[in-house]
Design a protein around this ligand. Structure first.
Ligand code: ADP
Length: 302
């Protein structure tokens, strides 16, 4: 197959591993910087230009769209969709997963366990916002944050009021969440490909820190998930329409809760912690699904 990895940097671990895995399985693969793609919107023959000429035909693309480039990145993925190229994750699913509030609402509507969460525009009723999630301590999150930035633990009601007030003063959108204390700074990343959890790791926060993000000094190790955790991870990915997803879970007193679903999950942490060749699982998924799609298309035409 002819594949492209939509990534800004060919030397990133995840990009390199996906390329290696595709080459090892005899596919033609190139790394395409999506910010350098020029979208040619023509009625009958949508095209993509790259480096001054038309991009050679592709069977599938693997989007690795950075959080700061969601708008242009998803437009590029959408263009490939119009051109009949199979994407491992569709543009609308990427946009959906990038909006934390929207994702939580969709998951809640399907009955997926979540930390008790509240959201408000006005600061008139901060008290109400805090008591809705059971009172302090609470976790306050910037809607646009990633890698643990903009995630604050407010231990007292006073602290929570100040932080919420300050964020709102800056016109930032925030979520207020119950603090899952019983997880003791540990969360779980389940890597979902298709309808399978192909690898799972536990991340533990550094001493004195409650956020377990690797970028915040968190440590990783292989995790064994319960059947319930596996099933929730797969459901969360399916609800958001993601064939490849990193689902973050916490073990709470009221069962497993989903924190977040990531549409461009990194491979370095999970492959390092589990020793599983996750990149090849993604390529294998494309092999079955992109081809199935091609056959369906051919069948429809016949
Ligand atoms: P980001 O997208 O910035 O990584 P997350 O919502 O995943 O933000 O939060 C970052 C980290 O903070 C999580 O990995 C987890 O360790 C911790 N955390 C987030 N929400 C809660 C919560 N409600 N209770 C306890 N810890 C939390």
């Amino acid at each position: 197959m002819r594949l492209a990895i939509l990534s800004r940097n060919a030397s990133l671990y995840s990009t390199r591993r996906l390329k290696e895995a595709a080459e090892a399985r005899d596919h033609e693969v190139r790394v395409v910087d999506y910010l350098r793609c020029v979208i040619d919107i023509t009625s009958h023959r949508p095209q993509m230009h790259y480096g001054g000429s038309e991009l050679a035909p592709l069977d599938a693309v693997i989007p690795r769209i950075g959080a700061t480039h969601t708008f242009y990145g998803t437009a590029v993925v959408r263009q490939f969709e119009m051109m009949g190229v199979y994407p491992t994750v569709e543009s609308h699913a990427i946009s959906r997963s990038r909006d934390k509030l929207r994702s939580l609402q969709l998951l809640a509507a399907e009955g997926v366990g979540l930390p008790v969460t509240s959201f408000a525009h006005s600061t008139k009723d901060i008290d109400g916002l805090i008591s809705l999630v059971g009172g302090a301590p609470v976790v306050i999150k910037l809607l646009e944050g990633t890698q643990g930035m903009g995630v604050v633990l407010a231990e007292t009601k006073k602290a929570a009021e100040s932080v919420i007030g300050a964020f709102r003063q800056l016109d930032a959108n925030i979520l207020v969440q119950e603090f899952i204390k019983e997880s003791r700074g540990t969360d779980i990343r389940a890597f979902v490909v298709g309808n399978k959890v192909v690898a799972a790791m536990e991340r533990s926060a550094a001493p004195g820190e409650f956020r377990s993000n690797v970028h915040r000094g968190g440590e990783t190790r292989k995790a064994k998930l319960t059947p319930e955790e596996r099933s929730i991870a797969k459901r969360a990915a399916r609800i958001l329409g993601l064939n490849v997803a990193g689902v973050d879970l916490m073990r709470s007193n009221h069962g497993p809760v989903v924190l977040e679903v990531n549409s461009s999950p990194g491979l370095e942490g999970i492959e390092g912690a589990t020793g599983i060749d996750v990149a090849s699982k993604v390529i294998e998924f494309i092999e079955t699904h992109a081809e199935v799609k091609a056959t369906t298309r051919a069948r429809k035409k016949a």
